[in-house]
Design a protein around this ligand. Structure first.
Ligand code: SF4
Length: 454
């Protein structure tokens, strides 16, 4: 656990060293890998592990997205620990093929299959029969390393490593989203549409995990939407790759090293400056100019910040979640005149502390930086540094309740509110929505009425 102040000196926040993690706001690698695979058209994630390793990701997906998720599992039991899991994985691949007839199967390993040492690439290759059209993506996602973000990154890199192939230039931009909501992806797509820029999303859950019920129909077993296998192959021929989630940047680096596709790894486009960066990167890679519609959207964001300034100025806010989202929201809160007191992420990333320190320097804030830790420590620091508002996923409810402050939900998973996945907090328009959510949370809370009813 590391808490740093502005001069990078660690601050001691717990009196005794702990050998236990309490309420970690992170999940294991297969969770992230499954989300990456679910953004591929016709792809069924297959967890090579015991049943619980697929039940718990499915449970979280169902609670957050309110969609059922087809996730297969090789159902390893005690005998596999002794004899290996090859038989189970081979059977699982055959069953998924015959029952669901998918375009692809995205395999993610687990603690057990990694400890056994199963050669998943070889086993899955042998499980295919000559003429099989189904593609297999075998990602290594051991959960005793990293978090759900590591799993997402590993699966995404496996997709491009397996499929990307040099061909004719396509005049498109690859977008690596990381783990964000369908509403966020639709907003990014909308911005690209306004800028008249074609894109390939690596990957795209905007339809697969927010699928409509169309007239006269039930939902198909494998949902429509997702990035096609052909588009993943074509990502090697794009103008460039923009990763708006630096923890998921290794596919961008692979495309750059292998196919000379320029890559840009940036924070999430939340708030004014980070969305400006995103827009400028699109312009730089594609050669387009910023259209009036985008300039107007930016103007509306600035206007919304002015509108709520007297409610939000100096408000103490504590934020936890995935590093790219937290650092972007901390910056946005500072832009809006708020006082971000604590920024916490359970996933360590090299850019997180420098991002927050840069905000502290630019906006004269004193945001405490917590990395690789849990909600117990987050709560301790919130008690010391104060918060009138907490931002994070549903796991922050107890901290918010104990402190008697509102919780604005973002990230994954959000299971105690409906519809959060439908809306965007990204781009200029999404940032307006986020700011409105924060302001309404303050207005709806029992703060000093003299400061609210103006
Ligand atoms: S931590 Fe390991 S054993 Fe537990 S669900 Fe994740 S992969 Fe399975």
């Amino acid at each position: 656990m590391a808490l740093m102040n502005q001069s990078s000196e660690p601050i001691k926040t717990v009196q005794k060293p702990r050998s236990v993690t309490i309420n970690p706001p992170k999940m294991c690698q297969p969770m992230g890998a499954i989300l990456a695979y679910m953004g591929v058209h016709g792809c069924v994630p297959l967890v090579h592990g015991s049943q619980g390793c697929s039940t718990y990701p499915r449970y979280n997906i169902a609670r957050h997205f309110r969609e059922s998720a087809e996730v297969a599992v090789s159902s390893l039991a005690e005998d596999a620990a002794v004899y290996g899991g090859a038989r189970n994985l081979t059977e699982a691949i055959k069953n998924v093929k015959s029952r669901l007839n998918p375009d692809a199967i995205g395999i993610c390993t687990t603690c057990m299959s990694e400890t056994i040492g199963d050669d998943v690439k070889l086993i899955s290759k042998k499980a295919l029969t000559p003429g099989d059209a189904v593609k297999i993506f075998p990602a290594s996602t051991p959960s005793y390393v990293g978090t759900h973000l590591t799993g997402y990154d590993n699966a995404l890199r496996t997709l491009v490593e397996t499929m990307a192939i040099k061909g004719v230039a396509n005049n498109k931009i690859n977008i690596i989203t990381g783990i964000i909501n369908p509403g966020d992806i639709r907003e990014i797509k909308n911005m690209l549409r306004l800028m008249n820029v074609k894109s390939i999303f690596l990957s795209d859950i905007s339809d697969t995990l927010d699928s409509p019920i169309l007239p006269g129909g039930q939902k198909p077993v494998l949902p429509d939407g997702g990035t096609s296998i052909g588009d993943i192959a074509d990502s090697a021929n794009s103008l460039g790759t923009i990763a708006i989630c630096r923890t998921a940047g290794s596919a961008a680096t692979y495309l750059k090293n292998k196919f000379n596709v320029p890559s840009v790894l940036e924070p999430a486009p939340i708030g004014v400056i980070n969305t400006d960066r995103f827009v400028h990167n699109i312009c730089k890679l594609s050669g387009v100019s910023i259209p009036d519609d985008i300039i107007k959207e930016r103007g509306r964001l600035i206007d919304s910040m002015v509108d709520v300034h007297h409610y939000m100025y100096g408000r103490k806010v504590a934020i936890f979640g995935d590093p790219d989202l937290v650092s972007a929201i901390v910056r946005f809160c500072a832009e809006a005149g708020m006082n971000p007191t604590v920024a916490m992420t359970a996933t360590k990333h090299k850019d997180f502390a420098p991002d927050i320190r840069a905000v502290n320097t630019e906006y004269k804030t004193d945001t405490q930086i917590l990395e690789g830790t849990d909600l117990y420590e987050f709560h301790e620091v919130v008690k010391n540094h104060g918060a009138e508002l907490i931002l994070g996923n549903s796991k922050g409810k107890d901290v918010a309740d104990d402190e008697g402050v509102p919780l604005v939900r973002f990230g994954f998973p959000v299971y105690d509110r409906v519809g959060v996945y439908r809306y965007s907090i990204m781009g200029y328009s999404g940032s307006v929505y986020l700011l409105d959510q924060m302001t309404n949370a303050i207005l709806g809370h029992k703060y000093d009425p003299n400061k609210l009813h103006q």
